[in-house]
Design a protein around this ligand. Sequence first.
Ligand code: BGC
Length: 349
Amino acid sequence: MKALTVIPLQAGTAALSDMPEPPESDGPVLVETLAVGVCGTDIEILSGEYGWAPPGEERLVLGHESLGRVLQAPSGSGLAEGDLVVGIVRRPDPVPCLSCSVLEWDFCRNGMYTERGIKEHHGYCSERYRITPDFAVKVDAALGLLGVLLEPISVVAKAWEQVDRVGGRAHWAPETVLVTGAGPIGLLAALIGVQRGLDVHVLDQVTEGVKPDLVRDLGASYHTGKVVDALEDPDVVIECTGVPALVFDAMTNVGTGGVVCLTGVSSGGHVLDVDEGLLNRSMVLENVAVVGSVNANRRHYEAAADALAKADRAWLERLVNRRVPLDRWQDALQRQPDDVKVVIEVNIP
Ligand code: BGC
């Protein structure tokens, strides 16, 4: 079967490969892939900066944001032929650590987890894949291809859960949120903020194109420029860029008792000339909390499915702005100015 593969840590090795049918060891549910979303992590893997092939193999099948249709499922699995499903990305470590043993693999303590399409386990960008029922999340058939947004929104659902849990250390009634970055993660974080009835502000660099409109059409406010000018003392900041200067500004400009949740992954090697004393002073004197958040467990996928179901379909359609067939996968990776979420279509005539 055809699959989009890469030799991890070697740039320029992506290829449409002929791979064996998915191994039975991946699970009894056989799924035909319909679509795979492309995100920053995929671009990093393709650039040779991240990613691990399965042990003993040279190539890794890409794709961790997926949507597929069940071809075969054992009776009693809760899944049936024709169901639309999204595969969870992470698998618990085999030890398992304290977190993985309670199915909170997103908090894996020993780093021995695997991730489909990223770390030591083939991804979903192949014509078919296999999975165990507990790692396949059913999506509402009415969502159609938009179900491919479930994985990115699960990451954001986890981030919001972190905000709630950290905020809940004291009386917590947030009203305002600043989201930095209007990429798919930022826009989906803003969507959940609006669904929660918060006053949502989104900061990005671009002044035109679809992103400002997508933000405004959510009922949120769009800003360019500096964090400090976008919104004074927000209760919550969801940082979705990983840009070091923005991360620092987010931490120093959040309101008293506020929570900053970092979701963007920065590359190392950026040394900022910052006033660490000021950062420490404002964090201590204002009870500021900064929390990092990665990945998602099944609870977050389920919260994400609710958020997607409540969202305006036409708005979600605009988020998925480009669909490219698998045979033209190179086009999907070529960033275009108005790209928000690009998906590769598999098994779609
Ligand atoms: C994925 C997460 C994953 C992280 C780190 C992100 O792009 O959405 O599921 O844990 O990359 O590998």
